[in-house]
Design a protein around this ligand. Structure first.
Ligand code: AMP
Length: 280
């Protein structure tokens, strides 16, 4: 597995691979890799990628001033080992300094899909995400890029960016990988104490409960379902940041929920902000 630190060197190598007829896949991550990330590498392999580039970069531009940029887990050695074992052929560890040169002043902003949910709660977050992903696309020129459904809104925003800015990259969205307990895997689960991990199960449980109700009732008013979901989360001692239902394609908020719609949520488990979602 090749290791790159310099965007220019990776860009040169990636261009050479493309010219040699190789199919290039990009898997963007912030590291502290878990089986959710590994599933993205495997999805790239399944799509027939010859070169699978995993980027590991805690992107400062997508963090707010009071968020966990400094505390975010950084486990580069272990990450490299996991990438290699999973079949990645290149790993990219840029630094904030070589990704954002002095006086960096160009940003990519998606203006509709990123306005609600996490976008409303984390101002500037998706501007940071779009900017770094656009840069990674320009550095690696991938034929495909794999993202997780775990970040449902992010995947939708990236698909919109690719469409609106004519990126020549196909976006693959891989399903959420969960612990056996149901907890969605996340690098931020590293922050949780054993007791908090137990409490955090209320998130997947609340989504499962919503699924069961919708399977029975076909269609239900969002107001009453939202109350039930919020009650499950709050009863476990978490603080709801948002719970919303939306059309899974357009992310338009809904008054009535039915099969195929998505429920998205974020909640604080102690100081840790966790997100989860499920398509009904
Ligand atoms: P992150 O390192 O958290 O920025 O995530 C990098 C990529 O991995 C994103 O596309 C995430 O959606 C995806 N991802 C994170 N957790 C999971 C999970 N539990 N299952 C599937 N994909 C995931």
């Amino acid at each position: 597995m090749k290791k790159f630190f310099d965007p220019i060197k990776l860009q040169k190598w990636s261009n050479e691979q493309r010219l040699a007829g190789k199919k290039i896949a990009l898997v963007p991550t912030m590291g502290a890799l878990h089986d959710g990330h590994i599933s993205l590498i495997k999805a790239a392999k399944k799509k027939g990628a010859d070169e699978i580039i995993v980027s590991i970069f805690v992107n400062p531009v997508q963090f707010g001033p009071n968020e966990d940029y400094d505390a975010y887990p950084r486990t580069e050695k272990e990450d490299a080992k996991k990438c290699s074992e999973a079949g990645a052929t290149a790993i990219f560890f840029p630094t904030p300094q070589n990704m954002y040169l002095e006086n960096h002043s160009v940003y990519v902003n998606e203006e509709i899909l990123s306005s609600g949910f996490c976008g409303a709660k984390r101002p500037g977050h998706f501007r940071g995400v779009c900017t770094v992903v656009a840069k990674l696309f320009n550095i690696t020129h991938p034929h495909i890029a794999v993202f997780g459904q775990k970040d449902f809104q992010q995947a939708a925003v990236i698909c919109q960016m690719v469409r609106d800015l004519n990126f020549d990259t196909k976006i693959i969205i891989a399903p959420i990988v969960r612990e056996k307990s149901g907890l969605a895997m996340s690098s931020r689960n590293n922050y949780l104490s054993p007791e908090e991990r137990e409490k955090a199960l209320c998130l997947s449980k609340s989504l499962q409960c919503a699924k069961t109700i919708i399977a029975e009732k076909k269609e239900i008013s969002w107001k009453s379902l939202k109350t039930k979901i919020s009650a499950i989360i709050e009863k476990a001692g978490l603080k709801v940041d948002y719970v919303e239902a939306a059309n899974a394609k357009t992310l338009t908020p809904l008054m009535k929920v039915k099969k195929g719609d998505v429920i998205l949520l974020a909640a604080f488990c102690g100081k840790t902000r966790l997100i989860d979602n499920a398509i009904m």
